[in-house]
Design a protein around this ligand. Structure first.
Ligand code: NAG
Ligand code: NAG
Ligand code: NAG
Ligand code: NAG
Ligand code: NAG
Ligand code: NAG
Ligand code: NAG
Ligand code: NAG
Ligand code: NAG
Ligand code: NAG
Ligand code: NAG
Ligand code: NAG
Length: 585
């Protein structure tokens, strides 16, 4: 067919498609005929009779994009089931397909939170993207993965494990892309994005690692990856207290954190309440100098969400009473904080894992008050406790009942058991991203530097693993330059876990998807990351964050900073883990 005629036909076709209304295309029969046929997607058979489709008008959408609030969206709400041939299972997926005039040839998947996949399929609508959510074959719309992980004591639900770990999201995408094209009668490339934080960040990394050819742009925040080490590490602060035999009142640790922030804030060149250089704090500040400072916290009744970042976990929330706390920081309190920031080592002094950056709050170290004895006692966070009971010991229990007779070596054994058991599923640290890179994928990875849940150094370590595995024959400078053309890491000064920090009024990136779309679709490679300060003296300030491995250094309390490289600081972020006999990426 001559080019001009073909172009005219395509133009006519495009005009026809976008002239169609939502109700024209949002029909069961249009969706059924848009389904990829059996035999086209290896290992997936879609069930046409399961299709539902209805038009939804004037919907509001929860999105990371602030401009989407107050905007109304029209979309086609589609559900369909599929099975894995020969398995007799059933996986339900749902898609939100924007009305034809809003469709921008994009597909978008959002990540979920602790032990959960996202249940909301509408996150792509503000970007003109079709998007989806999956029940992963274990009714993930109603249950979190940890609720279905054990069939019974000692019996792992491996199907749910692999589906949660990476498979369900990859399948959601490989179905969603051709479905979108056929639904809109379009053969244009579907730009495909994934965005998530915390376990959603791990899910993002799982897609880069396992389905690298499917995604054009992936945004991974504070990924909960290196699962075995990360989850057991939640027990580490309690183990420090148990080992040292000192259970600090929470106010004492809060004071240690506050005093550290105050002392280290100026080291980055500007006194703004934010420790932008925790490496300089680690290298130059001695926690012992806080001993003797006084602290005071008023009595409070606090409600703990338990797990902390998954709404379904909120049922386990508990209310606790704290009396007023008035005292001075003790040597024992500082020893606890120091041991936590130093990270887990075995009984022979070999490092097993990295830790939270100094100046991060020590929330996993919180003790609980016993009203009858008037003493502060051990409180094992259920994030780590549940992982040990369910995923390591394979007992259907939600928390460890005690740390009696355990040592640091016990924690390392737990990590080691989980490391081998979940190496190819939950661990999510495959360092060879060649498939993703060679198919043109772009990865934007960010992490709050003062994250008290998932250490920022965890993200740095993965970046270093990718650099050393993928560029081993090239020099560090060359490999870092090349890496930045498709994989960029940003540490967010002062930020906490997937959000801002009440103790440090620092910047937070809010426009990641816009930046990513520009990078993928227009070739605009970012060099810095746009972030905005939302509280404190500098509220409203835009900071263009430094790309790792460069680090910010403010110019004498002014409003600008340089991005510098400093080998001593870089080395302070670099770890090996000789307590394990195999490489921990
Ligand atoms: C594809 O296979 C599934 C079951 O494996 C079946 O239910 C469905 O009808 C098949 N689709 C078509 C279009 O035949
Ligand atoms: C959606 O909102 C617009 C503007 O408020 C209104 O005109 C329209 O009737 C609404 N559509 C439906 C289906 O509710
Ligand atoms: C989408 O479709 C499902 C399945 O029919 C239905 O349960 C759900 O309520 C629909 N959602 C909206 C917003 O219409
Ligand atoms: C720590 O700092 C925060 C924020 O400035 C403040 O609300 C809190 O009371 C301080 N806590 C202690 C123990 O000093
Ligand atoms: C911190 O100061 C204490 C008390 O002066 C000292 O014993 C300790 O060695 C110092 N720590 C470091 C890492 O310098
Ligand atoms: C804390 O205790 C000291 C000494 O008992 C007392 O002087 C001070 O007023 C107390 N502070 C508060 C806020 O209760
Ligand atoms: C704990 O003791 C205090 C003071 O005796 C009392 O006011 C408070 O109600 C008690 N709280 C609980 C949860 O028992
Ligand atoms: C977990 O168990 C420990 C020990 O029984 C307890 O101190 C802690 O409060 C529990 N945590 C939760 C969130 O239930
Ligand atoms: C599983 O093991 C735990 C711990 O031993 C026990 O409390 C629980 O009853 C067991 N569950 C079943 C169904 O046997
Ligand atoms: C801890 O060790 C002591 C001494 O060996 C033993 O009597 C006790 O039962 C152990 N406790 C637990 C919980 O294993
Ligand atoms: C290559 O790998 C070796 C061994 O893992 C490592 O020591 C070295 O730093 C790597 N080289 C680069 C340039 O990353
Ligand atoms: C940063 O993002 C904000 C909000 O989108 C925008 O107004 C500003 O122009 C951006 N700044 C830069 C330097 O890109």
């Amino acid at each position: 067919m001559p080019g001009t005629i073909r172009a005219t036909l395509i133009a006519a076709l495009v005009a026809t498609v976008s002239a169609l209304s939502l109700s024209d295309v949002c029909t069961v029969s249009n969706v059924q005929s848009a389904l990829p046929g059996n035999g086209t997607l290896l290992g997936i058979e879609l069930i046409p009779s399961s299709v539902t489709a209805n038009s939804v008008y004037n919907a509001s959408v929860s999105s990371m994009l602030s401009t989407s609030s107050g905007t109304a969206y029209n979309y086609c709400n589609v559900t369909v089931s599929y099975t894995h041939p020969g398995k007799g299972d059933k996986v339900v997926v749902k898609y939100a397909l924007p009305e034809p005039s809003s469709y921008a040839n994009r597909f978008y998947v959002a990540g979920g939170g602790g032990y959960s996949l996202s249940t909301d399929a509408t996150g792509g609508l503000p970007y003109g993207a079709a998007s989806g959510a999956t029940d992963a074959g274990y009714d993930a719309f109603s249950y979190s993965y940890d609720e279905v992980f054990l069939y019974g004591n000692g019996s792992i639900n491996w199907d749910a494990t692999y589906m949660f770990a990476y498979q369900a999201l990859g399948e959601l995408t490989i179905i969603g892309k051709p479905l979108s094209q056929a639904f809109y009668s379009s053969s244009d490339k579907v730009y495909t994005y994934f965005e998530g934080c915390s376990d959603g960040g791990r899910e993002a990394m799982s897609q880069v690692q396992r389905w690298g050819a499917e995604y054009d742009g992936v945004i991974a925040g504070a990924p909960a990856f290196r699962y075995a080490q990360q989850q057991v590490n939640h027990v580490f602060p309690a183990e420090v207290e148990y080992t040292l035999g000192y259970y600090p009142p929470p106010c004492e640790l809060e004071k240690i954190v506050n005093a550290t922030i105050t002392a280290c804030d100026p080291l980055d060149g500007r006194t703004d309440g934010v420790v932008s250089r925790t490496d300089l704090c680690q290298l130059n500040f001695n926690l012992s100098s806080i001993i003797g400072e006084s602290y005071y916290c008023a009595a409070e009744i606090s409600t703990s969400l338990g797990f902390g970042f998954s709404k379904r976990q909120a049922e386990g929330s508990s209310t606790s009473y704290q009396p007023a706390q008035n005292g001075t920081v003790t040597a024992e309190g500082v020893a606890v904080a120091q041991a936590i920031y130093d990270g887990l080592h075995d009984s022979e002094g070999r490092r097993a894992y990295l830790s939270w950056q100094i100046a991060s709050s020590l929330s996993d170290a919180d003790t609980q008050y016993d009203n009858t004895t008037g003493l502060w006692e051990l409180d094992i966070p259920s994030t780590g406790g549940e992982f040990v009971t369910k995923y390591v010991q394979l007992l259907d229990l939600d928390n460890l009942s005690s740390l009696e007779n355990t040592t640091y070596d016990t924690l390392i054994e737990w990590m080691n058991t989980a490391f081998f058991r979940y190496q190819d599923s939950l661990q999510t640290t495959v360092p060879d991203l060649t498939t993703f890179q060679s198919s043109g994928g772009k990865l934007l990875h960010y992490h709050g530097e003062s994250d008290p849940s998932i250490p920022a150094a965890s993200s740095v370590h993965y970046w270093q693993s990718v650099a050393s595995v993928m560029y081993n024959s090239t020099s560090a400078n060359t490999s870092w330059n090349d890496l930045q053309s498709w994989y960029q890491l940003y540490l967010v000064p002062g930020a906490a876990h997937c959000g801002t920090n009440t103790l440090q009024p620092g910047p937070y990136p809010e426009t990641n998807m816009d930046i990513m779309i520009d990078w993928v679709e227009n070739g605009v490679q970012p060099t810095r990351l746009n972030a905005t300060v939302s509280s404190g003296t500098y509220e409203g300030e835009t900071q263009m964050l430094c790309q790792w491995p460069s680090r910010p250094l403010w110019k004498g309390n002014s409003s600008s900073f340089d991005c510098v490289f400093d080998q001593k600081s870089y080395d302070a972020w670099t770890y090996t883990f000789p307590a394990f006999k195999t490489v921990v990426y």
